[in-house]
Design a protein around this ligand. Structure first.
Ligand code: FES
Length: 622
């Protein structure tokens, strides 16, 4: 078996023959950048072979000199025998800012998915010789808890437990469905310990979790980190490809997300001073692919027409069976989704924001690689997902990057493009530009007259920032002397077209939903923007480029990590859990690839802000 030593850490791993350095790194616990999912296209997983031999085909992402210096793409390089590989910091995955559910919610805390009931049972007599299990079930049935299913080990010890407690007991119950409860434990009534649950937002890039006191509803600890699956691709499609086309790919991806969540659970337990065995229920909310990969369900047909998942609402699974760190009897519940590209994270968001309960027409919007949206009110709800591409995640853009330290997140270009003012994440020297920076840039270039309404650079501008590059015109935002890596940061004409397509997809998705119900954007009374990326979008800029409708600005609200909040709400309320499941069934999914409507709207939106400027009256110059 080949052996790979990763430097500078000095971690050595053995890998099966034919495995790539990317797979070896994952085994070593080193998560490399892998935006294209190991296709050899993004060039982000570069490492330097310092000792030994690897087989690696030439790749245009590496210059001849780099290849002579031993640089290879980890996803394309297969080690032979013993090798030592240097991993530069720039190739190590750095997490987005992880979004935790920072706002407190007034939640119904009285009916968590796992709870204890105190019972005083009448002891048996010669006249009342009902069996012990029948006696216990009857008492719970009186409280509406039926039918009841005993956990395997309980029946064996039931007679002694009831008598030792003098018929005054506390029973531990888990809710499975309105038609099924599970009895998980019995103890003397006086005994009391803390009862804990965990809510998890299973994000494609980052994962966030909360430890919740099930008795009080209090969040006692929060934690977040990057998703270890990032080494296998930035977006859900590259992960599905990896899962379905790599031997044991599904298992690797499941392992990666389990390690991610278990790492967070360890952190939560340390902070709260409890054992993971004290966690009695876990609720996760994630997109449909993330849920499939967590449960090791076959995701193949999520990406193939007609885009059908294995299950939108998989039943709960025992933590021990899944390999999740919690009490072995704890159930892991996953918030049901609507379709392949509108998952439980969106349903959780719709539930927690009350979109399906209000009279007003509301839009719930979560923007990432996909723009997922739900439109409606208490009468009806419709959803769609439009593929915005990876531009807003910083991929597919020459100097694009995720929203990590050093990413330009806000830009102002002076008229004519003479000067550029910018702000970076954490105030670090600029390294690239992230999604919110790109929206701000597009809007600002238009205002400054550097690009026209079709997104093309204006001819004849007298600024050295606009230059001829290898692939046509490009505009320099920051000169190399001021950047963190010494190279210029710029946008190309191709980057601008990618951005234009991304913003057009989102607006076209919304217009399609609206036109299906015969409404105009002006009827939207509220727009909720959720998710990690949404937080950093400047609404004014997003309207300026025609990504969001031109509504009074006060109708927009950023609602944070509603996936995590929704998961917590379900954890703390059996009623909310059932209502959320019902909500997923109520939402009508609209497949945008059916018919011409979306395509027509998309073409019309490939303009700044739009072909029909009347839709954006408040945008200067529209
Ligand atoms: S080039 Fe290796 S992951 Fe993209």
């Amino acid at each position: 078996m080949p052996r790979v030593r990763f430097l500078p850490e000095g971690i050595t791993v053995e890998v099966p023959l034919g495995n790539t350095l990317l797979q070896a790194a994952a085994r070593a616990g080193i998560v490399l950048e892998g935006a294209c999912g190991g296709e050899g296209v993004c060039g982000r997983c570069r490492v330097q072979v310092q000792e030994g031999k690897v087989t690696s085909p030439p790749n245009p992402r590496l210059s001849l000199q780099e290849r002579q210096e031993g640089w290879v793409l980890a996803c394309q390089a297969v080690p032979e025998g013993e090798v030592a590989v240097f991993v530069p910091e720039s190739s190590v995955f750095t997490a987005h800012r992880v979004l935790k559910a920072e706002e407190s919610l007034t939640l119904q805390t009285k009916e968590p998915l796992w709870w204890e009931e105190k019972l005083t049972l009448p002891p048996p007599t010669l006249e009342d010789n009902t069996d012990d299990w029948g006696r216990l079930s009857w008492a719970l049935q009186q409280r509406g808890i039926a039918p009841l299913w005993p956990s395997r080990h309980l029946l064996a010890e039931l007679p002694r437990t009831l008598r030792a407690a003098d018929w005054q007991v506390k029973v531990e119950l888990a809710f499975l469905d309105k038609a099924l409860y599970e009895l998980q434990g019995i103890k003397p009534a006086g005994r009391g310990e803390g009862t804990w649950g965990v809510a998890v937002d299973l994000g494609t890039t980052t994962v966030a979790a909360e430890l919740v006191d099930l008795a009080t509803g209090q969040v006692v600890a929060t934690a977040g980190t990057y998703n270890r699956q990032a080494a296998f691709g930035d977006d859900v499609i590259s992960r599905i490809v990896y899962a379905t086309e790599t031997p044991r790919g599904r298992e690797e991806l499941q392992q990666a997300i389990l390690e991610t969540v278990n790492g967070l659970i360890d952190e939560l337990c340390r902070e709260a001073g409890i054992s993971f065995k004290d966690i009695r229920a876990v609720v996760g909310a994630g997109n449909t692919t993330m849920v499939h990969l967590l449960l090791n369900l076959d995701p193949t047909y999520i990406r193939l027409e007609p885009y059908v998942p294995a299950a939108n609402a998989p039943p709960p699974v025992k933590a021990a069976k899944l390999g999740l760190k919690a009490h072995p009897e704890a159930w892991v519940y996953l918030v049901p989704g609507v379709a392949s590209y509108v998952g439980g994270d969106v349903v959780a968001g719709v539930k927690v924001t009350g979109v399906g309960e209000e009279e007003e027409l509301t839009l719930f919007l979560d923007i990432g690689t996909n723009g997922e949206m739900v439109l409606g009110n208490r009468e009806w709800l419709m959803a769609c997902a439009c593929s915005a591409g990876p531009a807003f995640e910083g991929s597919g853009i020459t100097c694009g990057m995720r929203a990590v330290a050093g990413a330009i997140e806000e830009v102002e270009v002076s008229p004519g493009g003479e000067e550029v003012f910018y702000r970076t994440v954490d105030g670090k020297k600029p390294l690239g530009i992230c999604g919110s920076g790109l929206i701000s840039l597009l809007s600002s270039l238009l205002r400054a007259g550097v690009i026209d309404r079709s997104g093309r650079f204006v001819e004849g501008l007298d600024t050295p920032r606009l230059r001829e590059g290898e692939e046509g015109k490009e505009f320099v935002l920051v000169w190399g002397e001021s950047t963190g890596h010494g190279r210029d940061i710029y946008v190309t004409q191709g980057d601008l077209q990618n951005l234009l397509r991304a913003k057009a997809a989102i607006f076209a998705g919304l217009r399609t939903l609206l036109s299906l119900v015969g409404l105009e954007a002006a009827s939207l009374e509220r727009v909720y923007i959720a998710g990690g990326f949404g937080r950093f979008i400047d609404v004014e800029d997003a309207i300026g480029i025609g990504m969001l409708p031109d509504l009074p600005r006060e109708r927009y609200a950023y609602v944070g990590n509603t996936s995590l909040k929704g998961a917590r709400l379900c954890l703390l309320s059996r009623r909310a859990w059932q209502e959320t499941a019902e909500l997923a069934r109520r939402i009508t999914y609209v497949e945008l690839s059916v018919g011409n409507l979306f395509m027509e709207e998309f073409m019309a939106a490939l303009f700044l802000p739009h072909t029909n400027a009347d839709l954006f009256p408040s945008v200067k110059g529209a």
